[in-house]
Design a protein around this ligand. Structure first.
Ligand code: UD1
Ligand code: CA
Length: 490
């Protein structure tokens, strides 16, 4: 929008959060609260964005600059109220004309489209001040909109300064205000701090405009959730739930099946394909992308993962992993960063992977650890295989070729390479490279000691079974059959 300056207030301490982390940095839906506000603000394409920082200004400032590199940062050394914060912003911005919108950093459900409509109405009506308001069932804590008998906005009264009668008003200020820049600059100089909090309230601009006979108006938003601010963690959780409902509903309308919206959590930046199915107890976090027809869940957490079309991911915890088209993962799999499973591949039950590239159609079906490894296409890794990547000092890589068949209960001591089409016998400890097509065997030949049970375990059910007798029948004096040392008895 032309000649529009947006000021985002993010200097307050957020004491009601009782947190080491600044309020506006608290995440909700996978973004910081101020990150959501900035997303809405950017959608208006304003000429200028000024962010006011104060408490923990290094962290907050760096965060804002990362999200919006062209934002101007204004530092409010002491937090003396929202009007003071806006004064600091205008001083940093220099002479300002046109429209100024002030938004708080703690209203994460605000949407760009609402801001745009609000600004457009404000400009069309040529008002000095416009307030974005909402009707709340529980208005506690908000500034209330006091209107005249004719319905004109007269003032905003803060909770702490309100009379009982005013506290009963359900129309609240979202804290988002639009101003004519000249009026704002002038009015800021006339705001005092003679109120319950001893702060300079931006909301006093309404009374000042009215007294000067200027137009003040309110734009009441139908979706009141957009005006809600989070001052403490109870409100934060409440807004998190509302945001999640909004996101889940949007994806269902886009053609995604969500069996249980109440236990499905989807972050704001997640992308889901058509006809994907999300089963109960699933969290899709960060920049996760799920392809068409994929089925995720139940009870699965995916953070910054990519799931290919038609893949199936059951009871899995994964982070920074790529799951190929038509692949299957789980139940009970743990995919750590750097896992890349090829199309139609499989990571099965009780398998942990890390920095592991598993080829097209390759399978690690049961009870294994695959760390720092590459497994070629079509290869099958036997149950209970450990890729021993760590020698106590450094990590090493293991490479397994294409269409290899490795036995159960193997240990691959890295660095080691198992060639294309190679095999390993059950129980092999692979310490040296296996050439393509070879079979590696590391355990010694098996010896069978005949009649061992009868000689060493006389009188036991084991010996009886070995001799073809019922196990309960004792043939030998019980005193004779003492168990050999080193034997556990149950
Ligand atoms: C404010 C409004 C209230 C509105 C509510 C909506 C005022 C006086 N009150 O109250 O009418 O209903 O928001 O959520 O404006 N901040 C600064 N510097 C300061 C003080 C605050 O940058 O000196 C920032 C805070 O970091 C926050 C925002 O301004 O992002 C609002 O401050 P907060 O203390 O949350 O105000 P509320 O009491 O919620
Ligand atoms: Ca607030």
């Amino acid at each position: 929008m032309e000649n529009l300056t947006v000021i985002v207030l993010a200097a307050g301490g957020g004491t009601r959060m009782r947190s080491k982390t600044m309020k506006v940095l608290h995440p909700v839906g996978g973004r910081s609260m101020v990150g959501h506000v900035l997303t809405a603000v950017r959608a208006m394409e304003p000429q200028r964005i000024v962010a006011v920082v104060g408490n923990q200004r290094e962290q907050v400032g760096a965060h804002i600059q990362e999200l919006v590199p062209h934002a101007l940062l204004a530092v409010q050394e002491k937090q003396e109220g929202t009007a003071h914060a806006v004064r600091v912003a205008l001083e940093a911005a220099g002479p300002t004309t046109g429209t100024v919108i002030v938004a708080a950093g703690d209203t994460p459900l605000l949407e760009g489209e609402s801001l745009r409509a609000f600004a457009a109405e404000h400009e069309a009506a040529q008002r000095a001040v416009s307030i974005l308001t909402g009707l709340l069932a529980e208005p506690f804590g908000y500034g209330r909109i006091v209107r005249t008998a004719e319905g004109d906005v007269e003032a905003i009264v803060e909770e702490k300064d309100a009379t009982d009668e005013q506290r009963a008003i359900r129309e609240i200020s979202s804290g988002i205000l639009a101003f004519d820049a000249e009026f704002l600059t002038e009015a800021l100089g006339r705001i005092g701090n003679d109120n319950a909090k001893g702060e300079y309230y931006l909301t006093d601009t309404v009374r000042i405009a009215r007294e000067a006979g200027l137009t003040v108006g309110a734009h009441t938003i139908t979706d009141v959730t957009q005006t809600e601010g989070a001052n403490d963690r109870v409100q934060l959780a409440h807004l998190g739930r509302l945001l999640n409902d909004r996101i889940v509903t949007r994806w269902m309308r886009e053609g995604v099946t969500v069996m249980d919206p109440a236990t499905t959590w989807i972050d704001a930046d997640v992308v889901l394909g058509q006809d994907a199915t999300i089963l109960p107890g699933t969290q899709l976090l960060g920049a996760t992308v799920v392809g068409e027809d994929a089925v995720v869940g139940p009870d699965t957490t995916l953070k910054d993962c990519e799931v290919g079309a038609g893949a199936r991911v059951v009871r899995t915890h994964a982070e920074l992993a790529v799951i190929g088209e038509g692949a299957t993962v789980g139940p009970f799999s743990f995919l750590r960063p750097g896992t890349r499973l090829g199309a139609e591949g499989k990571i099965g039950t009780f398998v942990e992977t890390k920095n592991a590239v598993i080829g097209v159609g390759a399978k690690v079906p049961h009870l294994s650890y695959v760390g720092d490894a590459e497994i070629g296409e079509g290869t099958n890794i036997g149950a209970g295989t450990i890729f021993a990547n760590y020698d106590g000092v450094a990590k090493h890589r293991t490479t397994v070729g294409r269409h290899a068949r490795t036995g159960s209960n193997n240990t691959f001591v890295a660095p080691v390479t198992i060639g294309d089409g190679a095999g390993t016998a059950g129980g092999t400890v692979v310490r040296r490279d296996v050439p393509p097509g070879a079979l590696a065997v590391s355990s010694g030949p098996q010896r069978n000691i005949e009649d061992w049970a009868e000689r060493k375990r006389p009188g036991t059910p084991q010996a009886a079974a070995a001799a073809g007798r019922p196990a309960g029948e004792r043939q030998v004096d019980p005193g004779v059959g003492t168990p050999p040392s080193g034997e556990t008895q149950s």
